[in-house]
Design a protein around this ligand. Sequence first.
Ligand code: RIB
Ligand code: CA
Length: 314
Amino acid sequence: MKKIPIILDGDPGHDDAIAWVLAAASPELDIRAITSSCGNQTIEKTTYNAQRICTLLHLCVPVAKGRVRPLVSEPMNAPSVHGESGLDGPILPEPDFDLEEMDAVTLMEKIIRKSDEPITIVSTGPLTNVAALLLAHPELKSKIAHISFMGGGVQYGNWTPAAEFNILVDPEAADVVFRSGIPITMAGLDVTEKALIFPEDFERIRTLDNPVAAIVAEWLEFFYLFHRNLGYKGAPLHDAVAVAVLVKPELMESQELFVQVETIGDFCKGATVADFRSILKVSPNAKVLMGIDRQGFVDLLVERIAKYGKERRT
Ligand code: RIB
Ligand code: CA
């Protein structure tokens, strides 16, 4: 099986962390690097969390710290969802390795430039690092095969009525990505709000009886607290969908759409606006995920998390 070379870029964050657990246990993927972004928490906290996740998973890949703040907008975080640390809940190991000296954009550039095959970027936080890379090194676009990201929503938002958090934090960055011409898969709220992990699924994972499964079950419990108070029947595992679509695309339903990002406005800043009726007569720029086989998604998670009990990751 030909592996897909990827760079994971995210703001862990409980669902970022579980997305990375899935990626690291998926033989279809070859993780070349991890970069932190500023979103759920400050860049310092999300970077520390990225190191702790890699230590927990024994995932030995270069990790670099991302941009301190969005391209233009003021930083905003989400402690109400992920806690003060950005990854509240279970105790995690302290990092057992040092960060790369270089920053995230430089690491992305190095990995992409030296790769003998195009790289897929999997972004699960604000698109700040990805946009900064594209602005600084437009010549590398031809070596980026695909950007699969969690963000947006063509029907509604979750941080404002119109905008999803990752896009709202850095709408200018999202605009750069959607205009880039690079093939993109948008795992927006349209699909991720259907990617619900129910409490009985937490138990399925917990009974896998390996240290990573135990931590994932606790992350799900914590992540569900915020959502249960909003009436959700399960935890919407947003970020893991951006990974699952690479590993098992047949789980997804999608539409090819032309999507634009609103970067100004009192009510709609950060909205991802899809031209469903081709009014603008412009070719689609994104594969927008609209549906998921929820049970198949949970089964994939369980199957992959079970692997942590069988083999030590090197
Ligand atoms: O809106 C959901 C997104 O915001 C997810 O990526 C979650 O981790 C938060 O960053
Ligand atoms: Ca995230």
